[in-house]
Design a binder for this molecule. Structure first.
Ligand code: 5GP
Ligand code: MN
Length: 347
């Protein structure tokens, strides 16, 4: 079925440019954002399998490591980690004549890869659903209304008229990314179209129950203990309909913190009645920063909040940022900002 008459952010000119770029490309690289999440890995591997089926040479390069609960995806072992396999990754980037950038809107989201991408003169294709896309790509497929970059990769394949080539591997990766980026199909960006895409992915072989288990039912006891600490630390600021959580490095260390262990913790704040704004502050002593995640419901834009005050960004209802101050200083700044948003948070 063709949907691009209704959902048409890629126009005919874009599609034919992509076709011509693919026909000329000898070495393609796919890059997702730093600290890649389910959508970033799912979209990268989904696109990887699609391009491999077209007999193209493709490498996925992630800026750094990602959680274990994403490492079951088909093609995972082919991924080059820029931090761990630096020489191989650099060689692949030097050879590349076409780079797909997935699930981010600006090179600054790629950590150590930023200067390399910035100085590259090859063609870029951006597929992304974050706000304020930068203008570096030959083809920019950006749609902030989309649930996930994985849904966009599905559309991208459909735009090329190749829906029939979607294999079980492609379907599994894209399903995983849509599932994680929509909070299991519950965020407001989840449309009837999202469900149609997901239904088609299941028809094409994605095992929805198994994927759900791989991602959500592979907790360690330490992670659940850490969740217990996070929930105990939660502070409710009723007058601002706001809840926040802190986790210090010492608390993380106590539970033998592994990457991804705090994924989703911030959402618990929003499960409290009337809470519209939730934040989590996580100390990272190695990087000397406090990493922050923001979530909201309704019109309150955490993208703007993160951009304006915490050097970050994201989406209207899910964003992130960072602070170079101490935990106390960061939380103090956060609380100090709330009065100016009281009206927006209490309507
Ligand atoms: P999370 O809180 O799950 O890390 O991220 C939520 C959303 O905000 C994601 O879409 C992510 O890409 C974006 N995001 C997280 N951290 C940052 C950041 O430091 N800068 C920007 N621009 N976006 C971020
Ligand atoms: Mn995403």
């Amino acid at each position: 079925m063709l949907y691009y008459c209704i959902f048409a952010p890629m126009n005919e000119a874009d599609i034919s440019t992509v076709r011509s770029l693919l026909s000329k490309a000898h070495n393609i690289v796919i890059v997702p954002h730093k600290n890649p999440d389910g959508d970033a890995i799912g979209a990268s591997l989904g696109l990887f399998h699609f391009l491999i089926l077209k007999e193209l040479k493709v490498k996925v390069i992630v800026p750094n490591d990602y959680p274990k609960f994403l490492k079951w995806m088909p093609g995972n072992d082919e991924i080059l980690n820029f931090e761990k396999e630096n020489a191989q990754a650099i060689a692949a980037l030097e050879k590349a004549d076409l780079i797909f950038t997935l699930d981010f809107n600006d090179f600054s989201r790629t950590g150590q890869l930023e200067p390399i991408l910035q100085n590259s003169s090859v063609d870029f294709v951006m597929i992304d659903h974050h706000q304020q896309p930068a203008d570096y790509a030959t083809v920019t497929y950006s749609d902030v209304a989309m649930s996930s970059t994985c849904e966009m990769v599905y559309n991208f394949i459909e735009y090329l008229g190749e829906n029939d080539t979607i294999s079980k591997d492609i379907a599994s990766c894209l399903y995983a990314g849509i599932m994680t980026d929509t909070g299991s199909f519950k965020f407001s960006s989840t449309t009837s179209r999202t469900h149609r895409v997901v239904a088609d992915l299941i028809d094409k072989g994605a095992d929805n129950m198994q994927i759900h288990q791989e991602v959500f039912d592979t907790n360690s006891a330490n992670r659940l203990h850490l969740l217990g600490i996070a929930l105990k630390n939660m502070v409710i600021l009723g007058q601002y309909n706001t809840a926040y959580i802190t986790l210090t490095q010492a608390e993380l260390d106590m539970q033998d913190f592994k990457k991804g262990d705090t994924e989703g913790f911030v959402n618990y704040g929003l499960t409290i009645e009337n809470i519209k704004f939730a934040a989590i502050f996580i100390e990272n002593k190695d990087e000397g920063i406090i990493k922050i995640s923001f979530r909201s419901t309704g019109d309150f834009s955490v993208n703007e909040f993160a951009r304006d005050h915490f050097n970050g960004g994201g989406h209207t209802n899910a964003a992130g940022g960072k602070s170079n101050s101490s935990m106390e200083g960061t939380v103090e700044k956060f609380i100090g900002l709330l009065p100016q948003y009281q009206k927006k948070l209490t309507v």
